[in-house]
Design a binder for this molecule. Sequence first.
Ligand code: NA7
Length: 559
Amino acid sequence: MNKNLNNVYDALVIGAGFSGLYQLHRLRDDLGLKVAVIEKGADVGGTWYWNRYPGARCDSESQGYAYFFSRKLHENWQWSERYPGHNEIRKYLNYVTDSLNLRKDIFFNKTVSKCSFSEDAKLWEIQTENGDARYCKWLITAVGCLSAANVPNIQGLSRFEGQWYHTGKWPHYDIDFKGLRVGQIGTGSTGIQAAPEIAKTCEHLTVFQRTPNYSIPARNSEWDALYTDWVRSHYEELKALVRSTPNGHPFRISNNLTMEVSEAERQKMFEAAWSDGGLRFRGVFLDLLTSQTANSAAADFIKSKIRQKVTDPATADILTNIDHPYAAKRPPIDTHYFETFNKDHVTLVDLQADPIAEIVQNGITLESGTHHELDVIVFATGYDAMTGPLLNLNIETAKASLKSYWGGGPRNYLGLAIPGFPNLFTITGPGSPSVLSNMPVSIEQHVDWITECIAHCLETGCTSIEAQEQSAEIWTDHVRETADATLLPKVKHSWYLGANIPGKPRVFMPYAGGLNIYRKICDNIAEEGYKGFDLISDKTHVISKPLDFKPSEGFMFGV
Ligand code: NA7
């Protein structure tokens, strides 16, 4: 190790998105630690630094998609629309960065290539691709859940003579689609946002759909001054609301059960939720994700709406041939997605009927031999979600690598600590509510918990904290049992399950028990002296308590 005082830190944080920025602030400004952030991109933003595709916009409503730790930050910021667009989110994160003077402690343009723990020095060594090394006692990953882009291995891509892009690694300049024939592969949340925007200017858009998807109208709109004032002056109420809901969103989920109201009432409630638009639709009944009957009622309602929007019945058939329960895959919301297929220059290709055979120089050929000539291919094909960004860091100790430890799927404690990997914390890791919730709210909860945990270690002279193997086993079982009590795992191709990546173990990754319940579990564990962790002092005295956490029966799926 070539250590000198300059490159040894109390803590290093990987990633300068919502998580990394707040973690830097808390450790540096509240605990007074020497901290730095290592970031791959050239600026702050994390996921939003890379996601700049046409139509890229957050599905969370703006009034809840922000930090709530600072009243001042809240009151001096103003969102302009119901859902924040990618440019505005980057502006917001730059505003936070500058307000808190964070930039000076961020190393940009540095991709972490390896994180190895030295048992002797009790330090993590963080190497970057350009050959730098930095050292720290506490290592915190803030790499996001959706940052490892998945470009499917379709034969022939290297032969394609046009341009191709992945939505999650979009160029930092506007692409002019005028006069171009564009093929878009993928109809998840991203593809559903991108297609209507690309269709606005291109000569022809061909959407290659493998699995049809439900989508609810987003009903985005500009905020008026009255609402902006209301949001700015209702900091405490909004903060209390997002911290109390199971999904961290600024709206309550109804307690009504779908089949306990009359058919007429049910349709009326679906209609009202459809008019409200967005992820709120998911909250119209309590049991949409736990009762197949309830879910089918919602699914039928949405399918009937899609049929009303799409003028060609054959196209409507392909769009509504949906094989999974509503919201069991991440439920998209859209702005004129289905209406886009009514345009003469937009074609839908059903890959279930005729899969892609190969990509050739001038387009995509299907197994039937049908050929689609293309100038541009847009891969809206998602991510190696949740585990991908963590495994890409090549985290290892002398005894194990994370890749081998997670060979059968992620195993950890509370989604934030992994047995065998001391002093390592994973913000919004698999096994935490993360992607089932409104991310900034989950992020704040994790960062606060990690900060308090490190503060506790510093106060008590503990030099090392590590999750116990048994705790990880109990927690991982609980994550699975909680998901199994819902319709969430009943999907063929879902990135929640890792099923979108060939060879990835099929394990339901996020915690579906609800952010509010999860928060209580984490708080209880901290209050009871970090139950389930081994805390080791300089004299290697283990002061941990065994975990007696019993999985609760309560669960609540976010959106
Ligand atoms: P998703 O939700 O993983 O969607 C990816 C889409 O790409 C989905 O329609 C996939 O079909 C399709 N896909 C993936 N691989 C292929 C291949 N090989 N051939 C054809 N089609 C393919 O990613 P998004 O970026 O839309 O959304 C990710 C999250 O970002 C989103 O949920 C929000 O939380 C924000 P499939 O369904 O697998 O059949």
